[in-house]
Design a protein around this ligand. Structure first.
Ligand code: G6P
Length: 609
């Protein structure tokens, strides 16, 4: 997804902007561009593909001297990936330059109006209307013209702009797309993502929707769209740069898989009160009473976070008796969701910026739901827009394919379930039992991670197959869905997740010796049923990989390969059972020569609907 970096200060802008773009690469993009104000002139360069090709071009040019500049990585939405469509975009006279994330919904009308007034457009993008609108309204002051332009715009945006006509300043604005301003010593770095800021400063200001920031040699000021000045708080980022780097692992994905014992422990840290069998969730303090009266929960999310929500549904219904529904966020707003004041609406999102999830949140808010979030990215839009919530504290997840965020989301669902259940009928004894089992989870994940050589061997054996089923029941049904998603995302192999019981209603027609199935068949309340489904696959010659518990030797005759995981209580199984599936997908992806951290066509944070 698109990334923005802007710099104003005492240092050369170019290396700072390029480093910022490199730190944003993980978000997924298809082209990049940069513009620097070099004493009386703007110099810009763009390139399709990786930031490294932009860097090669830049070295040949003399952009070096400027101390003000903006840069962008673009993930195409309006117009194909090309130099002409890459940001920054400019006005007719190439004096006003803009980088933009988001979508200008009324750009067609604005473009037509601007063309009628003589403006010449160079790209197919929605973004280009912004510099032309600024040009239209410019009367010597960049922020005033930007404010006027923003009043014409409908849609979402994070914008940074510079102008040769009002030089030595950078202006920024936001509406529904993230934008953070890092404050250094007489310098400012504006970015769509904290990772581009971290190596310069940890002191940041979060822009809110429809706010504008103006940075120059006198400092920083904030305005609303009525030009009223605003005072804003600074925050200190608690993520360090090393956590945003690979730490010696060949890929971020593997590093993040191996971080899970720690990230799960971080999600639980300080939140378990063993002797009372309850969880302490500071982010829910202000809604504690309302939570006790909730009669229904709607969960909405996308991708991996959606599968975490499905596990949440099983959990919350079983342990609290509260009816739960889970919806894909991209579908939620198009239904006619029934919401009243006793409905809690819960968004699960690693990034806290996913456009579909935000749109669902907005819909639920308008209908009067109590809104809650399970979010990893501190200060993200979803975390700020919800009434209350629980942070994952899983640390930054860089790899596009989500791993540690998922196990952290599952851990948070357990905490939330305990919170709700102990407000209702769950006994002290059961609360304590769950807490005890939960505390052992990080060590058990570590135990699974010791088994990589076996998983590598299995990956080698199965990497040639072009189709896979992943199957499980009950708590392990969403795990099967997530296992299939991981494999297809990073290896580009066709993989489908199914409820094992549903297989006989169609999918079984596909089974033959070339169509392996991965069964999640740990010893729980549905174990025997899943074993029967395995037998059905075996009878039709389908190869089988089984995930079961250490010590269970009964599957050796049915499955071709067995991966063993430690035993835990049924509700915690998904946290353990998904780990070998993540590793299997990772190694098959690597063995097939895929770019596992940045799979084709995918983006880490999908900020368009
Ligand atoms: C994208 C990512 C997925 C992620 C989904 C939801 O599709 O590639 O890994 O699960 O968005 O993202 P969120 O940040 O809302 O959890």
């Amino acid at each position: 997804m698109c990334g923005i970096v802007g710099y104003f200060g005492k240092n050369k802008a170019l290396p700072i902007l390029l480093e910022g773009l490199e730190r944003l690469e993980y978000r997924g993009y298809d082209s990049a561009g940069i513009v620097v104000y070099c004493g009386e002139k703007m110099k810009s360069l763009k390139s399709v593909g990786r930031v490294s090709s932009l860097k090669e071009k830049v070295i040949k040019e003399d952009l070096i001297s400027g101390k003000v500049g903006i840069a962008h990585t673009r993930w195409a939405t309006h117009g194909k990936p090309s130099e002409k469509n890459a940001h920054p975009h400019c006005d007719c006279k190439r004096k006003i330059w803009v980088c933009h994330n988001g979508i200008i919904e009324n750009y067609k009308i604005l473009k037509k109006w601007l063309i009628e007034r003589g403006h010449k457009f160079r790209s197919e993008t929605d973004t280009e209307v912004i510099p032309h609108l600024i040009e239209e309204y410019f009367q010597g002051n960049l922020e005033n013209a930007l404010v006027k332009a923003l009043k014409k715009i409908e849609g979402t945006y994070a914008i940074v702009a510079i102008s040769e006509k009002d030089p030595n300043k950078i202006v920024a604005a936001k509406n529904s797309s993230p934008l953070i301003i890092g404050i250094g010593d007489k310098e400012f770095i504006v970015a769509s993502d904290a990772s581009a800021i971290l190596s310069y400063t940890k002191k940041v200001v979060y822009l809110n929707d429809k706010e504008v920031a103006v940075m120059n040699a006198d400092g920083i000021k904030f305005l609303d769209l009525f030009k009223k000045s605003l005072s804003k708080k600074t925050h200190i980022l608690n993520w360090d740069l090393s956590s945003a780097q690979k730490s010696g692992y060949p890929h971020f994905m593997l590093k993040e898989i191996f971080e899970q014992p720690e990230s799960i422990a971080n999600s639980l840290r300080g939140r378990l009160i063993n002797k009372e069998g309850i969880t302490k969730l500071g982010g829910l303090d202000n809604v504690r009473k309302k939570m006790a009266n909730i009669k229904r929960i709607l969960i909405s999310s996308c991708g991996t976070a959606f599968y975490a929500g499905l596990v949440g549904e099983y959990l919350i219904e079983e342990k609290t008796g509260i009816p739960v529904e889970v919806d894909l966020a991209s579908e939620f707003r198009y239904r006619k969701p029934i919401i009243d004041k006793h409905t809690a609406f819960l968004i699960v999102s690693q990034s806290g910026e996913t456009a579909d999830s935000l749109a669902a949140l907005k819909e639920a808010k308008e209908k009067g739901a109590l809104t809650l979030g399970i979010v990893n990215t501190v200060g993200s839009t979803i975390s700020r827009e919800t009434d209350a919530g629980i942070y994952n504290h899983a640390g930054p997840e860089i790899s596009v394919a989500s791993t540690k965020a998922f196990t952290s989301q599952l851990s948070i669902f357990i905490l939330l379930t305990l919170f709700l259940a102990r407000q209702r009928q769950m006994s002290l004894i059961e609360g304590k039992e769950i807490i005890n089992s939960l505390k052992k989870i990080p060590a058990k994940v570590k135990q699974i991670l010791k088994n990589i050589s076996q998983i590598k061997r299995i990956a080698k054996k199965y990497k040639k197959f072009n189709n896979f089923f992943f199957m499980g029941r009950k708590y392990n049904y969403p795990v099967a869905l997530e296992g299939a998603l991981k494999l297809k995302e990073i290896s580009y192999i066709h993989a489908e997740g199914y409820s094992a019981g549903e297989m006989k209603h169609g999918p079984i027609a596909l089974i033959d010796k070339n169509f392996p199935s991965v069964f999640i068949v740990t010893e729980n309340s549905v174990y025997e049923k899943v074993v029967s489904n395995m037998e059905e696959v075996k009878a039709r010659g389908g190869p089988i990989i089984a995930i079961t518990n250490i010590g269970n030797k009964k599957l050796d005759k049915i499955a071709d390969d067995v991966i063993y995981v430690p035993k835990t209580i049924e509700i915690l199984e998904p946290i353990l059972n998904v780990v070998p599936l993540q590793l299997l997908a990772y190694y098959i992806g690597v063995m097939r020569g895929r770019d596992v951290d940045k799979p084709r066509n995918l983006a880490k944070s999908v900020t368009v609907e």
